[in-house]
Design a protein around this ligand. Sequence first.
Ligand code: DLL
Length: 434
Amino acid sequence: MEKYYQPEIECASREQIKKWQDERLVQTVRRVYENVPYYRNLMVEKGVTPDDIHSVDDLRKLPFLTKADLRDAYPYGLLAVPLEQAVRIQSTSGTTGRRVVAFYTQHDLDLWEDCCARAIMAAGGDKDDVVQVCYGYGLFTGGPGLNGGSHKVGSLTLPMSSGNTERQIQFMCDLGSTILCCTPSYAAYLTESIYEKGVRDQIKLKAGIFGAEAWTQEMRNDIEQKLGIKAYDIYGLTEICGPGVAYECSAQNGMHINEDHFIAEVIDPDTGEVLPDGEKGELVFTCITKDAFPLIRYRTRDICILSHEKCSCGRTHVKMTKPLGRSDDMLIVKGVNVFPSQIETVLLNRGYAANYQIVVSRANNSDVLEVLVEMTPEIFSDTVTAISKREKELEADLKSMLGIYADVQLVAPKTIARSEGKAVRIIDKRNLYK
Ligand code: DLL
């Protein structure tokens, strides 16, 4: 039987959802216009005032917000409440130059946890469950979000955080975890370790809630079959709240977006034109219930398709496909957001030319990041020891820039293929978007 956390909201009529969105959008726009100079300036530039916004139909009159705006306004420029009302920040992983900081009031945390509770119940969870949360805790939203959701559902919550696979498996067996929350790549790794240890028969899992990075249907089939569970997708981003912006239900074919909190649009990433259901484009969110950080028309850079088709689970909120790609060049490697421009910065700072290639692959269910860098003729004539020292230097710089290890290989001059059009900087062998 399908379980719901807030059935009256999750299964509300489309008219009711539209009514909530209309009212909340009007209020939010007025509030940010009055309280956040950064927004007011953007709206003034676009020639729009709160008086022009009467319903969701007027959404497209409003300006878009991008990651560049978040950088410009860093850290407090988009905070929409007095600092004394904000009680928490969360932040994106590992990236220095592009760190995003999002703020929450107690009320914001409460609503975010509701979103995660909906996801857990949609995956069949309830108060009898033992929920093992192995997303990272701390600045990353994964751990705190699912942790709060699990409390709301009333499940026994294991705040494991990521890593320490031995201990994860021991708790999983000893406490009889029934729901596993982690990235799909960690789920695959845990699965493999469970088999290696020969403890598959002690595992009581029935469901997994996996997100924060792209994963394929093949990965889903494999994990489901090996662990004997149902594996559900969950989507979110720090800027909007974290996990729980959208989640899968028993139909397992797309994620319901929590439309009472977030209005979703899909746009053509080049023209900004709003696209109809069924067309592939960039996902844009408007937060309509948040106090501290209510981003309006925020461009996620995630490419997906929306559908309002009736869902067999009874929920009425619009569904998004899993992200089908990015409209920028961000990579997610080991759960960390990596921009090629960061790697380029490190290379240029050390005096290398921008002839490089980033290769991402997967070994033993874990991402491997390699950076091939062309040497200048002078460096090329160095000794092997000197070259190896340079590789280590770059690896250390990249580690401090990205927060993860990248294997650097210095290669002979002119060995990285030149392109006649755009340089081919990234070779992603993982084939995650398909
Ligand atoms: O990854 C929030 C999260 C935590 C989601 C736990 C799900 C579970 P960020 O670190 O800000 O936040 O990264 C957000 O990750 O724009 C997508 O590109 C990607 N992403 C998130 N969920 C999925 C998913 C968290 N289910 C960025 N499938 C987003 C594919 C995903 N990509």
